[in-house]
Design a binder for this molecule. Structure first.
Ligand code: HEC
Length: 338
């Protein structure tokens, strides 16, 4: 009971900080108290300094752990509130100032990296924000509170790209380029000729040899692949088109894999491909490792058997049922995302 009450008290506090660092949606008294839990927001002067430095820094600092210039939030939390780089009230002890003046104390002596330090860029007129103003800003800063909470909007996971998905499927299903394409020549240039669109061939249009048939590249775009040649940007979102394409491709390719003579990717020597529940469950357990790198529990295996395998299985034909569970693994979030 006591813990529960504590939790209830803690929750509103946890949600009280806006991402701009201000305490929002709270009565005034609570707001002041919670301000400490939030990061210090970037002041107008901080934003002015950021904008002034930006043209000379953002090329190398727009993403990652040193993505100081990705946004006002990034600048504030990665640079301004990091006392190792900006020492509030003390420009001479601030590595940022030392870097701008060409006397950095660590691996790099100056920022930006290059021929001229920032201070020199100012003297020759390339940069407009004088170092003196950056110094004055640091001098005027009060101790900055860093927002320790992770940003809920930051991307933490991503999904396999079209190329990664194709490579993983080839490898896990024991399929190769030759299962889908033969070499043909067009004006003497080798092209990948599709063996037939009902195999659902998939190939980047930029590949060498290039796919000769359009649907092959369209399927690649469907998985969010891009092309330099056709100026199509890759798309890593999980769009309906991605889901639909992956569903079709996984089902078709699982069937191809099961039908391919001598293919041991899904059924290595010594394993049994029958309708016997014990054999089937052993296969499901093996495939959870094969596709997802996880060992499914007995409960997971039983559920998968009952919900996917059994409804698709007929007394004479287990193939649709094995295709169903095979493509189940390929559409599993742990297959798609990493
Ligand atoms: C040409 C690329 C480039 C440009 C432009 C550039 N930096 Fe950097 N910066 C780097 C690299 C590389 C590092 C070191 C990264 C690492 O150690 O991971 C770095 C590191 C830093 C660090 C961390 C230093 C430390 O000791 O931890 C700061 C602060 C920094 N840069 C600020 C700036 C500022 C401010 C500007 C613009 C005035 C700027 N950088 C422009 C490439 C650049």
């Amino acid at each position: 009971m006591k813990h529960f009450t504590l939790l209830l008290l803690a929750l509103p506090v946890a949600f009280a900080c806006g991402r701009d660092g201000t305490a929002s949606e709270l009565p005034a008294g609570a707001r002041a108290q919670d301000q400490a839990a939030c990061g210090t927001p970037a002041s107008a002067e901080t934003l002015r300094i950021m904008e002034g430095l930006k043209p000379h820094c953002e090329g190398c600092h727009a993403q990652g752990a040193r993505g100081y210039f990705a946004s006002a939030n990034a600048f504030q939390s990665l640079l301004v509130s990091d006392a190792r780089l900006v020492k509030a009230g003390s420009p001479d002890d601030s590595e940022l100032i030392r870097l701008l003046e060409g006397r950095g104390s660590a691996a790099f002596k100056q920022m930006p990296i290059g021929e001229k330090s920032y201070a020199q860029l100012v003297s020759d007129g390339t940069a407009t924000l004088p170092v003196a103003e950056v110094r004055a800003w640091v001098q005027g800063l009060t101790t900055q509170q860093r927002d320790a909470r992770p940003d809920p909007a930051a991307p933490r996971i991503t999904r396999l790209s079209a190329t990664q998905a194709q490579r993983a499927l080839y490898q896990q299903l024991g399929l190769t380029h030759e299962d889908f394409f033969v070499i043909a020549k067009e004006f003497g240039i080798p092209m990948a000729e599709s063996r037939g669109d009902d195999l659902y061939p998939l190939q980047p249009p930029d590949a060498v040899p290039a796919p000769r048939q359009n649907p092959t590249a369209e399927r690649f775009y469907g998985l969010g692949g891009g092309s330099v040649m056709n100026q199509t940007s890759p798309d890593r979102s999980t769009s309906p088109t991605f889901a639909l394409t992956l569903t079709q491709v996984s089902q078709r390719w699982c069937r191809l894999s099961l039908a391919k003579v001598g293919n041991v990717a899904l059924f290595p020597a010594g394993t049994r491909r029958t309708a016997d529940p014990t054999d089937v469950k052993a296969t499901l357990r093996r495939w959870s490792l094969h596709f997802l790198g996880e060992r499914f529990t007995d409960a997971q295996v039983d559920a998968l058997y009952a919900d996917v395998f059994v409804p698709l299985s007929t007394p004479t034909d287990t193939e649709p049922a094995y295709v169903g569970v095979c493509s189940y693994f390929i559409r599993h979030p742990h297959w798609i995302f990493y």
